[in-house]
Design a protein around this ligand. Structure first.
Ligand code: IMP
Ligand code: MG
Length: 185
């Protein structure tokens, strides 16, 4: 399939996805988040922890809007598989390489849905004794979130719909779309 970067609608296996957040709006918001985080961490050297694979696009754009010194590392959790619904269990596939003891950690997520992944990750990172942990997520589905978790920086709150693009996949595809599309109901 040939992707049109400025398409308003996309057909995926007989289902229609419509544009939810366009490229310009994403870029504007990511710039704002970068400014806010740079300001909050002035005088510190935070380490951004990206959650693979979904957060890579957001991660790359976000850190290029960080105007203070920072470091990066990545971890990977098991995914939904090919389903659109959270499997309800999480597994660590790739551990951190960095020593985060005493560090200011910022977890970078693409989307918080049920909240299970972020609860799991927070526990995992907490056990390595960082000095602080904050969470930044590009998207949050408040209606779907079942766990009590503090999200420090949120790009956009979105309705409880399945979304693709800007790093988010459907059966591993469509991560390369520049805008975010939601399944039409
Ligand atoms: P949670 O553990 O239920 O919060 O799910 C978090 C993870 O599921 C995210 O990091 C995404 O990788 C994936 N996910 C949740 N909702 C969507 C969606 O609408 N589209 C694509 N991936 C999603
Ligand atoms: Mg993810």
């Amino acid at each position: 399939m040939t992707l049109k970067f400025d398409a308003k609608e996309i057909q995926v296996n007989g289902e229609t996805f419509e544009i939810l957040i366009d490229e310009q709006s994403i870029q504007k918001r990511v710039t704002e988040l970068g400014d806010e985080i740079s300001n909050d961490y002035k005088g510190k050297i935070p380490i951004f922890i990206g959650v693979l694979n979904g957060s890579v696009i957001f991660f790359a754009d976000l850190i290029r809007n960080i105007s203070i010194d920072c470091e990066v590392d990545f971890l990977k959790l098991s995914s939904y598989g090919d389903s659109k619904i959270s499997s309800g269990n999480v597994k660590l596939i790739k551990e951190l390489n960095a020593d985060i003891k005493g560090r200011d950690v910022i977890i970078v997520e693409d989307i918080v849905d049920t909240g299970l992944s972020i609860v799991y990750m927070r526990g995992l990172i907490q056990s390595q004794n960082p000095s602080s942990i904050k969470i930044v997520t590009l998207l949050h589905k408040p209606e779907a979130t079942k766990y009590d978790i503090k999200l420090d920086y949120i790009g956009f709150k979105i309705p409880n719909k399945f979304v693709i693009g800007y790093g988010l996949d459907h059966t591993q595809k469509y991560r390369n779309l520049r805008s975010i599309y939601a399944l039409k109901s």
